[in-house]
Design a protein around this ligand. Structure first.
Ligand code: 4AD
Ligand code: MG
Length: 460
């Protein structure tokens, strides 16, 4: 099944060649003498312009009835285009219809639709310019993630999606249950109530399992879907999102920040180099300052401040926040954004958070009040990365887990890593959708993932 992809056709352009394209009709326009068809096949943002003349055998019967949304196969000859804004056009020799789209009911008309509306037709929205561009950028950045870690010598580990632990200790987990008829077929008592012999859930993070592999392979990363049953109906939260989580043995918090910083710089270079045309769409229609924002990532080193310094700065700012700032409470999105947008105007790592507001696995600092945590805050988003140095000291970890009322028996394997050849280690998690939001300036996180899952909404 050989046919030409429009992206390649537009990039190579040896003229007079015979080509065949397959795609969806975006628009059709008639002049007195012929029809212009704009075809998009999803390979790139640009359409290919097709000239259909009345000498086509099916001109009257078919071509003049074509409407937005129908799928076509067109063969013909590529020629230089006299029109502005495009170098080539296809002079059709044959046009065949794969499938029609009734113009009275096809929901995607030529006008711009709101993203809210497009979310209600998630099966058709990838055919729009911006959602198509997002899908390509997402794919390209996913590739960039793997490329970065591969170049840095990291091993990709596929951590489980079904787990029996709570990594973040926040309890925001979806339960995994088997249908009762499956359970009744089982004979042992434990399995009668739980398919896996104990309660199971969808993972909130692959970190703890990544730690296992880091403590054997040195440098690993996992990149997969994670799930949070928090009732956060915001433009930055999803119930199902993708997270990139590297984990490094023999590594402290400063080296962890170095990795996070070079990772983000790499990804921004990657998207600028590989997705220029798609990115341009967002710079033109969504955020006129997009390139300046991306340049801020590539050109300047990120700031690094402690939580205590951040709290002091916020308190001194005189700004009236909805949530008051107080040492010991977590930073809210408004505080995070104020720090990186107003005070620093660049990405900021905030480190050494109070231990009481962070999970059990973070390494306790010498002050015994804070932990070696790091959050990276970026303009427009707030927290985009959360990470830490992990507690590698067996006794300290046990004490902390007891303080947090965790059942140590369930984490025996995790504690074992501290008994057998323990070492300093660290890692972080990048919210992939938050990063995509940053790169495209899309306002709502539900528009940077193909099928968003959020409280009250999971189409298909
Ligand atoms: O800060 P979080 O909760 O960190 C962890 O899960 C660690 N176990 C990661 C690690 O150290 N390996 O989440 C990491 C990132 C956040 O900074 C944010 O970008 C994103 O994941 N995130 C979400 N993205 C979309 N929707 C949600 N509900 C998110 N919750 C977190
Ligand atoms: Mg976090």
């Amino acid at each position: 099944m050989q046919y030409n992809r429009i992206k390649d056709v537009l990039a190579t352009e040896p003229l007079q060649q015979k080509i065949e394209v397959r795609g969806w009709l975006r628009t059709r326009r008639n002049t007195r003498d012929f029809s212009f068809l704009e075809i998009n096949d999803g390979s790139c943002l640009a359409n290919l312009q097709v000239i259909a003349t009345p000498d086509l055998a099916n001109y009257e019967a078919i071509v003049l009835k074509l409407h937005t949304g129908c799928s076509l196969r067109v063969t013909g000859e590529l020629q230089e285009s006299p029109a502005k804004g495009q170098k080539v056009e296809l002079h059709a020799g044959t046009i065949e219809v794969y499938g029609w789209a009734d113009p009275d009911v096809y929901p995607l008309q030529k006008k711009r639709h709101s993203y809210e509306f497009l979310r209600t037709i998630a099966h058709l929205r990838p055919r729009t310019n911006s959602l198509g561009a997002l899908a390509r950028i997402r794919s390209s950045l996913s590739h960039g993630v793997h490329q970065f870690f591969r170049e840095q010598g990291f091993v990709n580990v596929h951590t489980p999606i079904i787990t029996t632990i709570d990594c973040e200790g926040a309890g925001d987990m979806f339960k995994v249950v088997a249908p009762s008829h499956t359970l009744q077929e089982k004979t042992d008592a434990a399995a009668n109530t739980h398919f896996f012999g104990k309660p199971a859930n969808l993972t909130v993070s692959g970190q703890l399992q990544a730690e296992v592999y880091a403590m054997a392979l040195g440098k690993v990363y996992t990149f997969g879907p994670t799930f949070r049953a928090e009732n956060s109906n915001t433009s930055r939260h999803l119930a199902e999102f993708w997270m990139v989580e590297p984990e490094m043995a023999f590594c402290d918090l400063a080296e962890n920040m170095d990795l996070a910083e070079s990772f983000l710089k790499y990804l921004v270079h990657h998207v600028l180099e590989n997705d220029a045309q798609d990115l341009q769409l967002f710079a033109k229609f969504i955020d006129k300052k997009l390139y300046a924002k991306l340049q801020m990532i590539t050109d300047k080193p990120f700031c690094r401040i402690s939580y205590t310094e951040a709290v002091n700065m916020l308190q001194k700012s005189g700004k009236n926040f909805e949530f008051p700032v107080q040492w010991g409470t977590d930073l809210q999105a408004e505080h995070e954004r104020y720090l990186c947008e107003e005070i620093f105007d660049q990405p900021v790592f905030v480190i050494d958070y109070p231990k009481d507001i962070k999970p059990f696995y973070m390494r306790v600092n010498d002050d015994n009040r804070t932990v070696a945590a790091m959050d990276l805050l970026v303009p427009g988003i707030g927290e985009i990365i959360g990470g830490s140095q992990r507690e590698e000291r067996y006794d300290v970890l046990c004490t902390r887990m007891k303080e947090m009322h965790l059942n140590l028996d369930e984490y025996r394997w995790y504690l074992d890593l501290r008994n057998f050849g323990t070492a300093p280690h660290a890692g972080f998690g990048l919210g992939f959708e938050r990063f995509l939001q940053f790169v495209t300036s899309m306002n709502n996180i539900r528009d940077v993932i193909p099928f968003p899952r959020a409280p009250g909404s999971a189409l298909y």
